[in-house]
Design a protein around this ligand. Sequence first.
Ligand SMILES: Cc1ncc(COP(=O)(O)O)c(C=O)c1O
Length: 381
Amino acid sequence: MCPDPLTPYGNRPMVTPIVNAVNYEYDSFEVLRQITDGEIDGYTYHRDDNPTVRKVEHQIAALEKAEDCVVCTSGMAACTMVFLTWLRAGDHLIIFHDTYGANYKVCLILERFGVKVTWLDANDADRISKYIQPDTRMVFLETPSNPLCKVLDIAHIAAALSKVKAMLVVDNTFATPYHQHPLELGADLVIHSATKALGGHNDLMAGAIACSKEHYDTLWFTRQAVGSTLDAYSAFLLDRGLKTFELRAATVADNAQKAAEFLISQPKVSHLSYPGLPQHDNHKIAAKQMKQGFGGLMAFDVGDSPEDAKKFIAELKVIYHAVSLGATESLICIPYLTTMLYLPPERRTLFGVRENTVRLSLGIEPVEKIIDDLKLALAKL
Ligand SMILES: Cc1ncc(COP(=O)(O)O)c(C=O)c1O
């Protein structure tokens, strides 16, 4: 266990120090002996651990009500570390289609190593027991999901898994710990692209896995081996982003609810998916497992064609046309042309995404500005 990163400085600095050291001068040979025993009792090398990184790990663990947390270089690094740590040849992985596109590529790699992968649609979630096999070792899901904001019942899936020795992994990037605590609902691990709402300012990439102390030790082994430790400067930015996380998450959810309530009645908008609307297919599940609102993401179709969606986006003045999400600025993109590029074209539209579907990530701008922007752009169609 590493010491509190702040104690070496005596009085605590108000701002987390950026410890950029790659290596640390050993106090004595006694410390080395402890390392050989597998009991690392201090910092030695950045790939092993870093005090600035450790500080944000403690903070994210607290937010997720977890015993501990492993932070790494990106959300995809976090997903990959989880797969590498717990899956081996012959194991069966169940993963939902509506997860972030790059997972598709990672699963192609896993298949090369002999992992059997079953892709399910959110509509299959109720019947998940049908797909669980004796060698199922992991179920991986996002809720609300990317990009269609489908909602899955975490507690129901956790209960279905209780008969097999399989882990439930939930990517909580869309919901954020402000709204949802998957560990309390039966998940074993919670993944974040901390690049998104936890960081919140479009200026860092990071991933996080919130988990038990035991799983922390196992993941730490993988991170140290593969070298996906976050750099100290990004950890500092993440620490700073976390200071306003709750404030931002509350504002973003409020903005999203109001924007969704405006958009649902617009003639040029269809298939609007926002878990906070009673019209959402799984609003009741969302209301049961989320709190303090429903997050800042929604998806909807614009007009009748890809050209309509492009024209609408081109007319926006406040909302930025950009990928990513969970930032202080509102962002919009066409998933078919952006986040889903990782998938072959025929696969992108299999489960509800259309070429004119847009994904909107609300920021913290005054909501009237956002709604006016949407209104004026829709009027141009
Ligand atoms: C839900 C979700 N999970 C994981 C990722 C991957 O995160 P990163 O871009 O930090 O690797 C993303 C990226 O957009 C995402 O939206």
